[in-house]
Design a binder for this molecule. Sequence first.
Ligand code: CA
Length: 217
Amino acid sequence: MRILIVEDEPDLIDALSRTLREEGYAVDTAEDGEEGLYKAKTWDYDAILLDIMLPKLDGLGLLEELRKSKATPVLLLTARDTVDDRVQGLDSGADDYLVKPFELSELLARLRALIRRSTGTASPQINIGEVTIDTASKSILKEGEEVNLTAREYALVEMLALNRGKLVTRTTLYEHLFDENEDSLSNLMDVYVSNVRKKLGKDFITTKRGQGYLISV
Ligand code: CA
């Protein structure tokens, strides 16, 4: 899952990106509204954390512009808790909002819910054969036993599980699992897939040669 943070407070950017990376998300950042809009239109993010008060173009302006072409889930971060702000934010196409200061644990929970809703998965648990993926605790059970995956391996499994039955191209996987600063080596995905197969079974992920991967329904 790849997240864009549009925020102009350096300390908050640092705290948010560190926390999200620890949770296994790929993270891009933008420090003003224009840069944020450019990135939001260029890449297919799984969600955007959007501050309202931003230099160059404010968050609501960015959102209105973005909604002309994209439905990327947006969580607004607002400094002012007034009814007008919230109504205007939701009317502009935001999916949810948080009032600063907020607890990082609440932000993470809302982000997970937002991504889940956008993929049409109502329950935090996804069952595939004997494997259970818990998107709330980011843990995986096989036959009731917890399996240890790295954050990246988990992200790969979650992405395929949320799109189960559908082919996910290598390009899409790279775009959602790596951030803009990472040098995505072409064979890295094969390594993750191979590790996941060792842990969850060799038939858990199907390879469509030259196209991508899928988890069968
Ligand atoms: Ca701000």
